[in-house]
Structure formats: C-alpha cells, structure tokens
Design a protein around this ligand. Structure first.
Ligand SMILES: [Zn+2]
Length: 155
C-alpha cells in the first residue's frame, strides 16, 4: 500500500522540523508473525532540520525501513521478537499516519548536524569549541602520532 502524507500532518514530527514543507512517501505492508500483526514500513522524506552545531538550515534526506509489531497489551509486546519494533495500537488498529510517524521519529537523527564543521557557517562553531572542557585535550590528540613516529624510527 503506497502512501504520500504531507509532513504538516505529523503532529509529533512537525515541531522538530525547521520547515514542514513536502511530504513523506513510501509503502506499508502487513503480515502476521507469531499471531501478531506486523507492519513493514518503508518511508522517504526530504526534511529540513536545524544543525545543532551552527543552528542553520540542514536539509536531511531521510530514508528508513522498519518492521513493527502492532501490540495492544504489554504481554503482546513481550511476545514480539527482539528484531521488531513495537507500536502500541489499541484494538490492534493504528492509522497509517501514526505508523509512518513512528518510523520517521525512529529514523530522525538525535543530534542533527552538518557532516563536517566546514559545512557549518557562522560564529556558532566558536561557541561550540568554547563549551568543550579546556585542559590538555589537544596534546592528547597529538601524542599517538608522536609515539607512532618513534616506533617507525626504531625499525
Ligand atoms: Zn551546521
């Protein structure tokens, strides 16, 4: 079953987005495993997050695939195999939107950031460095290379 759901309709996801334009698209398929209903969800969405390093706009291509058991009780959740996510579904019914939103939230990065500091712009980078504990951190980073050089000379 294919779907296309506007991002603004995800009430829990939308507040975490910088821009809730666009939609999530993908497919859902239901199967039954050990007498539990299992939903297989494949979802794609072009999100716009906020980089936690520079606080600027961060386009994020989210692609995720997961399988979730629809459970109505804690006992059922225990029965679900460990490789399955579990989604609470009263009377074993869940809306497609809720199901897709669960998958999106699971796939969302905990601390979204540009891949490298060089992709970040603005003075926030300096602020980030100031937060790190002062001390001998830079020395520690260089020491392994110094030791390595000694080893090489000995051989
Ligand atoms: Zn950034």
């Amino acid at each position: 079953m294919a779907f296309a759901i506007p991002l603004v309709e995800f009430s829990r996801l939308a507040p975490q987005l910088r821009e809730a334009a666009g939609e999530a698209t993908g497919e859902v398929a239901f199967t039954r495993e050990s007498s539990l209903a299992v939903a297989g969800v494949r979802v794609e969405a072009e999100l716009v997050l906020t980089c936690q390093r520079c606080m600027e706009r961060l386009p994020w291509m989210l692609r995720s695939e997961g399988r979730a058991a629809l459970v109505a009780t804690a006992a059922e959740a225990d029965r679900a195999s460990d490789e399955l996510e579990t989604v609470f579904a009263e009377d074993h019914r869940i809306s497609l939107r809720e199901l897709v939103e669960e998958e999106l939230l699971l796939a969302l990065p905990l601390v979204p950031r540009h891949e490298s500091e060089h992709d970040c712009a603005g003075p926030a980078t300096d602020a980030q460095e100031a937060v790190q504990p002062a001390g001998d951190a830079p020395e520690e980073t260089h020491r392994p290379f110094g030791q390595l050089a000694q080893l090489l000379k000995r051989q």
